[in-house]
Design a protein around this ligand. Structure first.
Ligand code: HEC
Ligand code: HEC
Length: 238
């Protein structure tokens, strides 16, 4: 819009102010809890819902791709569409995770009901496997989750402030993962996972399926990138 001096500029300013008032409550209406749960389902839906993995491989998984005989892998949304939601156009463009399948990012900003319909259709085959609440969380994640991570990952490396990340780590993560990132259970050290910054962003923003781990999604996503930068810079990888 062209802004001229005088009244039209004032009208334009007033219009912008009205828009920002309208925009604020809309941003809050987005349910970050539902989006985060959708993110955990996208990671490993059958663990999040407490089911067994299907016994037969997913019909849409290419027969020649690496995990064709592993239904526990090839039924995960992330296995076909990537942690970055970009499928064959993103981090899975080559290597053992390559399937040639497109991402989910084309439906970002769209209608969650359209995603639900797609997941219930015979090709995806989630009708009967996931509840309406699960499907709704997945729909919210696909349309409103921020999973491209362009602002936080550059050349396959996390972009963040390790000093601030250390503050986040010691207040939010260390209680469960320990000062060195080697706890709990028999998980690999957190610092051994930093070559996959998209997966780490996904886990930190959405939590770990079926675990009490918090999701940082409601905070500025830079806090998640900062904590990963700290893990990469300061914690031992073995
Ligand atoms: C075995 C592989 C596979 C799995 C698992 C899978 N999908 Fe898909 N998905 C596909 C394929 C193939 C398409 C269709 C691509 C096309 O239309 O060419 C697709 C399309 C989509 C699209 C539409 C993308 C677009 O822009 O048109 C969305 C959204 C989507 N899937 C979400 C999911 C979600 C959420 C899950 C997990 C609950 C999931 N998918 C699991 C293979 C898979
Ligand atoms: C309430 C405890 C708790 C807190 C707090 C917590 N986590 Fe976790 N986290 C877990 C558990 C439990 C697992 C799963 C461990 C396993 O599978 O062996 C996990 C898994 C992970 C994983 C995935 C590891 C893998 O191999 O897949 C990452 C990454 C991670 N946490 C990072 C973090 C970061 C970073 C923070 C702080 C922002 C954090 N966690 C806070 C409990 C927690």
């Amino acid at each position: 819009m062209k802004i001229r001096p005088g009244t039209s500029a004032m009208v334009a300013t007033a219009a912008l102010a009205a828009l920002s008032i309208l925009a604020a409550p809309m941003a809050w209406a987005q349910d970050e809890g539902s989006i985060a749960r959708g993110g955990r389902l996208y990671d490993k839906w059958y663990t999040e819902t407490g089911q067994e993995a299907p016994k037969e491989s997913h019909a849409l998984y290419p027969k020649e791709a690496n995990y064709a005989d592993k239904p526990g892998n090839n039924w995960r949304c992330k296995e076909c569409h990537g942690w970055d939601g970009k499928g064959a156009d993103g981090a899975y463009a080559s290597g053992k995770r390559y399937t040639g399948i497109k991402g989910i990012i084309g439906m970002h900003g769209g209608d969650p009901a359209a995603v639900v319909a797609l997941l219930k259709a015979p090709a995806h085959g989630f009708e009967g496997l996931l509840s309406d609440a699960d499907l709704s969380d997945l729909g919210n994640f696909v349309v409103a989750g921020k999973y491209g991570y362009e602002a936080y990952v550059s050349d396959g490396k996390i972009v963040g402030d390790p000093a601030h990340g250390g503050q986040v780590y010691r207040t939010v993560c260390a209680g469960c993962h320990g000062a060195e990132g080697k706890l709990p259970k028999d998980m690999p050290p957190l610092a051994s996972l930093v070559d996959n910054p998209w997966e780490l962003m996904h886990k930190v923003l959405n939590g770990q399926p079926k675990e009490a781990m918090p999701a940082l999604r409601a905070f500025d996503h830079q806090a998640a990138a900062d904590v990963i930068a700290y893990i990469a810079a300061e914690l031992p990888a073995e």
